[in-house]
Design a protein around this ligand. Structure first.
Ligand SMILES: NC(=O)c1ccc[n+]([C@@H]2O[C@H](COP(=O)([O-])OP(=O)(O)OC[C@H]3O[C@@H](n4cnc5c(N)ncnc54)[C@H](OP(=O)(O)O)[C@@H]3O)[C@@H](O)[C@H]2O)c1
Length: 327
């Protein structure tokens, strides 16, 4: 598996990583044995980058990863976690005291002295212009609670503000064939500054696999049932913010662009990893099969210019008007 340096962390991460929101919560029930099987399949497929958060299953995702890595002491996995969502979303809660408390809980959950990377978890916009927040993050590094810090963002404007902060190692942002805006300014700015880019929601919550229909039923405790219009958190996190019907039609067309031997989901991942500036893409796999198939996208040949043009054309015709101005 190809590895790339993850921005200012200076450490390498596999170009296909693993998102682990789904093994915590909000995607229906995932049994512990299934979660371990996914982590195991990822590692066996060459994945060395896991993305988690302190709120996924209220710590369950972190704890499972911690227990799994304890059982695999030779595995050199880079674990990125997140903090900030355990408190009400007010800028003043992004304080050094809270950071220390949240970091210490994540260190205990993951079973490490020093976190590899902690990301602010889509903080309120005012946080980006608050110097004290970034001073506090520098303090966490000085105290060796975390080796590096980063920001997971909702909008391109927030990404640019984060990139301008000299201590930010990487930016996590939604980027996929149905979310092209980060290509305009965010990826070039990140490259210029040496900041890593972690591409999340790469399959538009599974839409880009082309497997859903208008009759697909998602579990009641799956955000694809309860957050389609941002009822619980930012709408952009569910189906990339696209109306389900729009997404289905666009996904059918996207599927027709998959090269021979590649699934539509692999084509989406391949599209992401060949965008200049991307460090790692973190699909959220729910089964061993999905995990292996996603990892295999790293060894596909680059998509042709004609395919890249067709993706842009599809976006412009079907999706741009709905979402381009929002995120
Ligand atoms: N605010 C934040 O910082 C934030 C927000 C969201 C996500 N994230 C991170 O980003 C990660 C990835 O995003 P995501 O999980 O929301 O969305 P995603 O990766 O776009 O979609 C995940 C879904 O895609 C489907 N899938 C995965 N691999 C597949 C394959 N090979 N073939 C067919 N279908 C496949 C599965 O759907 P089925 O269940 O239908 O099979 C899976 O649940 C998360 O796990 C998390 O680590 C961070």
């Amino acid at each position: 598996m190809e590895k790339r340096v993850l921005g200012r962390t200076g450490r390498e991460a596999s170009v296909v990583g693993l998102g682990t929101w789904q093994i915590g919560a909000d995607w229906g029930d995932v049994a512990e044995a299934d979660a371990f099987a996914v982590l195991d399949a990822a590692l066996e497929s060459g994945v060395t980058f896991f993305d988690t958060a302190d709120v996924y299953g209220d710590g369950r995702s972190e704890q499972l990863i911690g227990r799994f890595l304890k059982s695999r002491p030779d595995a050199d996995v880079f674990v990125a976690t997140k903090m900030g969502r355990r408190a009400e979303q007010r800028p003043e809660n992004y304080s050094l005291d809270n950071f220390r408390t949240w970091n210490d809980r994540s260190r205990a959950n993951l079973g490490v002295d020093t976190l590899d990377l902690v990301q602010l978890h889509c903080p309120p916009t005012a946080v980006y212009s608050t110097d004290a927040v970034f001073d506090a993050l520098d303090t966490l590094v000085a105290e060796k609670r975390t080796a590096a810090y980063a920001v997971s963002v909702e909008t391109c404007a927030e990404a640019l503000a984060a990139i301008a902060r000299p201590g930010v190692a990487s930016v996590q942002i939604i980027l996929n064939p149905f979310r092209l805006k980060p290509l305009e300014e965010v990826l070039p700015a990140a490259r210029e500054a040496g900041v890593g880019i972690i591409a999340r929601v790469p399959l538009a919550s599974g839409l880009l696999s082309g497997k859903y229909t208008k009759d697909t039923v998602f579990a009641a405790d799956d955000h694809r049932s309860f957050n389609r219009h941002g009822e619980a958190f930012d709408q952009g996190e569910t189906f990339s913010g696209i109306e389900y019907a729009t997404g289905l039609a666009a996904a059918a067309e996207f599927s027709s662009l998959a090269p021979e031997g590649a699934t539509p989901a692999q084509t989406a991942l391949r599209w992401i990893i060949q965008q200049p500036g991307v460090s790692s893409v973190i699909p959220g796999a729910r089964s061993v099969e999905q995990t292996r198939s996603n990892a295999a996208a790293a060894s596909l040949a680059p998509l042709s210019e004609a395919t890249l043009d067709a993706v842009r054309d599809l976006y412009d015709r079907r999706i741009r008007a709905e979402i381009h101005h929002r995120w």
